[in-house]
Design a protein around this ligand. Structure first.
Ligand code: AMP
Ligand code: MG
Length: 329
C-alpha cells in the first residue's frame, strides 16, 4: 500500500472521507499527538486499527467528535460537573469517560460499558471530523509502545505502507496525549495526566481525584498497564537532584565510544558540559511540546539517551514525568 501525506484541503478531505466510509483508516493531526482514525460504528474498521498498530486488544480507543456533534447519541449519563468542564476546556486536550449507550461498535471500548470521548481543538482535526461527520475512534498513530507521533513524518516512519493517507497538519502544539478523566462517578477522576491538569479541573468543579493503580484491582484504564512511549534505543532517567550522576554516565559512555545524548530542559542544559543535548526548551509548555519530538530525534542517532528530569514536577509536569518514566522503562 502506498502511504500518501497530503495537506488538509478539499481534495484530501474528500479522499479521507471516502477511505473512512469504505472501512479504512486515516491518520490526522490533533493538538496533542497524531491519531489513527476509523468509523466508530464499523467494527471491522475499528479492529483494523488494533492490527495495524499491534495494539493489545484490551486497550480501548477514544472516540473523536467535531464540536457540534450530538454527544447524547453516544453516552447516557453526563454529570453536571462534566458539562462545566466541557464549557471550560473543550474543544481541547481533555478526554472524558462516560457510561456508553453502546451505539458505536463494542470494539471501540473493548467490551467495557464506558466510552471515552474527545473534541480536539486542532483546526485540521475539526475540519476532518466535520467533513466526515461521524464519531471516529482513534488512538495515537504510532506502532504500539513506540513514542507517539507529533508530526506527519513521525506517522510515516511508523506506518508507511500500512495506511493509505496521512493528513498533514504540521507539528502538534501540545505534544503529550490528552488528559483522560473518568466522569462516571460523583467526583471526576484523572486516569491519565495531560495538559489539562488536576488543579485546572478542581478549579472549575471544586474537586478532582487521581486514579492510582492498586494490586489485585481491575484496572480502570487498561492503557495504564502497558509500557509506552519507548524510543528504539536504550534510555535511562535521572532525577533532577541526581543530575551530576547523569553527566558522569554521559562521560563514561562517551569515553567508551557509545553514541550518547542528554535529554533535558534548557535550565539543565545551561549547567552541564555535555556536547550532545536534546534540549526540551524552557517553559512547561515547550517541554511537553518537544518531548516526543526529541525522543524520536535521539533514537535516530544515539545508542543511549540519558534523561534528566526537570526541577519542576507539578502541573503539566505530572503528565510529562509520567511519559518520561514510561519511556525510560
Ligand atoms: P491512546 O489513544 O493511545 O492515547 O490511548 C487511549 C487511552 O485512553 C488509553 O490509556 C486507554 O486505556 C484510555 N481509554 C480509552 N477508553 C477508555 C474507557 N472507556 N475507560 C477508561 N480508559 C479509556
Ligand atoms: Mg497511544
Amino acid at each position: 500500500m502506498v502511504t500518501q501525506i497530503l495537506p488538509i484541503d478539499e481534495n484530501s478531505l474528500a479522499l479521507a472521507k471516502e477511505i473512512i466510509l469504505n472501512g479504512g483508516v486515516v491518520a490526522f493531526p490533533t493538538e496533542t499527538v497524531y491519531g489513527l482514525a476509523a468509523n466508530a460504528y464499523d467494527g471491522k474498521a475499528v479492529e483494523s486499527i488494533f492490527k495495524i498498530k499491534g495494539r493489545p486488544n484490551d486497550n480501548p480507543l477514544i472516540v473523536h467528535l467535531h464540536r457540534d456533534y450530538d454527544i447524547s447519541s453516544l453516552v447516557s449519563a453526563q454529570p453536571q460537573y462534566s458539562k462545566l468542564l466541557a464549557e471550560a476546556f473543550l474543544p481541547g486536550p481533555l478526554t472524558m469517560v462516560y457510561k456508553s449507550k453502546k451505539s458505536v461498535s463494542s470494539a471501540v471500548s473493548c467490551g467495557m460499558d464506558t466510552l471515552a470521548v474527545r473534541i480536539p481543538s486542532h483546526s485540521g482535526a475539526q475540519k476532518f471530523l466535520k467533513y466526515v461527520n461521524l464519531p471516529l475512534a482513534a488512538p495515537s498513530a504510532n506502532v504500539s509502545k513506540h513514542v507517539s507521533p507529533v508530526s506527519a513524518e513521525h506517522v510515516f516512519d511508523d506506518l508507511n505502507g500500512k495506511i493509505p493517507l496521512i493528513l498533514d497538519g504540521g507539528k502538534c502544539s501540545g505534544g503529550i496525549e490528552s488528559t483522560v478523566l473518568d466522569c462516571t462517578g460523583n467526583v471526576p477522576c484523572i486516569l491519565r495526566s495531560g495538559l489539562v491538569t488536576r488543579e485546572m479541573v478542581a478549579a472549575v468543579v471544586g474537586e478532582c481525584d487521581e486514579y492510582v493503580m492498586k494490586d489485585g484491582e481491575r484496572v480502570r484504564s487498561p492503557g495504564m498497564k502497558y509500557k509506552h512511549y519507548s524510543p528504539r534505543c536504550q534510555t535511562v532517567l535521572f532525577d533532577y537532584n541526581d543530575r551530576e550522576k547523569a553527566y558522569a554516565l554521559y562521560r563514561e559512555k562517551q569515553n567508551k565510544g557509545v553514541r550518547v545524548a542528554l535529554l533535558c530542559d534548557s535550565q539543565v542544559a545551561r549547567g552541564c558540559d555535555c556536547s550532545c543535548i536534546l534540549n526540551l526548551g524552557e517553559t512547561e509548555r515547550e517541554i511537553a511540546c518537544n518531548l516526543y519530538d526529541k525522543l524520536r530525534e535521539g533514537e535516530t542517532f544515539a545508542d543511549i539517551i540519558i534523561a534528566v528530569a526537570p526541577l519542576k514536577q507539578d502541573g503539566i509536569m505530572v503528565g510529562v514525568m509520567n511519559r518520561l518514566r514510561k519511556a525510560c522503562g
